[in-house]
Design a protein around this ligand. Structure first.
Ligand SMILES: Nc1ncnc2c1ncn2[C@@H]1O[C@H](COP(=O)(O)OP(=O)(O)OP(=O)(O)O)[C@@H](O)[C@H]1O
Length: 234
């Protein structure tokens, strides 16, 4: 995948007469592999993710994917770019409650225009990879939290995106389920792929090759972690 770079990224919100600076002058070129983003509550982690994914537009600065400047794309083009290149895993799973596990996983493939037999085949394959082939026909309410998050991961990974964003993916899970979910995500990040992982949990951040620490909306520190690609069998 093309380089991913944030340049002087700044996001301010107006709140009545006051201005809140959620992110200020954030510049970083994201290498391939796993990057964790840590920092206290309110330090700008989710704001950063939303800007990198083009869900939100910066007040100043920009995000570049290779030659593409995200801020020069309209909303539809950003949505299209997300469909083609990005996967998302959130703390709240965000599965569609009226769709089965299989249909949830196949959903982004439907949006991307895959024909039905191909998308069902791929969805089955990815559900199998997260150990949930036997739950394919279940609605999310009939799955445990850990299982729901594994379905969400299968959904994020089904189109084989080169860039995956995960915002506190283990935040709602017990430690055993959290470990399993994390392992599934990490397994995907080979070659030129990137995983950008927001977390409060130092045990989760320890799996990243580098840890970015935000403080008051600023990039306060970039720390190389002990985790290495070799360690993860890449
Ligand atoms: N839509 C908004 N309107 C106004 N202020 C906002 C908005 N979104 C975020 N903020 C403010 O921007 C700052 C950064 O918020 P952000 O959600 O990015 O932090 P975070 O590090 O992800 O926090 P947490 O760990 O609690 O999720 C906070 O002060 C927050 O209150």
């Amino acid at each position: 995948m093309a380089d991913l770079e944030a340049l002087h990224l700044t996001r301010r919100y107006r709140q009545g007469d006051a201005t809140v600076t959620a992110l200020e002058d954030f510049t970083y070129r994201f290498p391939t592999g796993v990057t964790a983003v840590v920092g206290p509550s309110g330090s700008g982690k989710t704001t950063l993710l939303n800007l990198l994914a083009g869900f939100d537009v910066p007040t100043a600065g920009e995000v570049r994917y290779g030659a593409v400047r995200l801020s020069q794309l309209g909303e539809d083009a950003r949505a299209e770019l997300r469909l083609r290149t990005m996967g998302f895993v959130f703390q709240q799973f965000n599965l569609v409650p009226t769709l089965t596990a299989l249909e949830n996983v196949a959903f982004p493939l439907l949006l991307a225009g895959w024909p039905r037999p191909k998308r069902l085949e791929r969805a089955r394959e990815v559900l199998e990879a997260v150990g949930l082939a036997h739950r394919a026909d279940h609605l999310p309410t009939r799955l445990s939290g850990g299982e729901q998050q594994r379905v969400a991961i299968a959904r994020a990974l089904a189109p084989d995106p080169p860039l995956v964003f995960a915002d506190e993916p283990t935040g709602n899970l017990d430690s055993a389920s959290g470990e399993r979910v994390l392992e599934l995500l990490l397994r995907h990040v080979t070659g030129e792929r990137r995983l950008i992982l927001v977390t409060h949990d130092p045990r989760v951040a320890a799996h990243a090759e580098r840890v970015l620490r935000l403080e008051d909306g600023r990039l306060a520190e970039v720390q190389a972690s002990q985790a290495s690609s070799a360690e993860r069998g890449r």
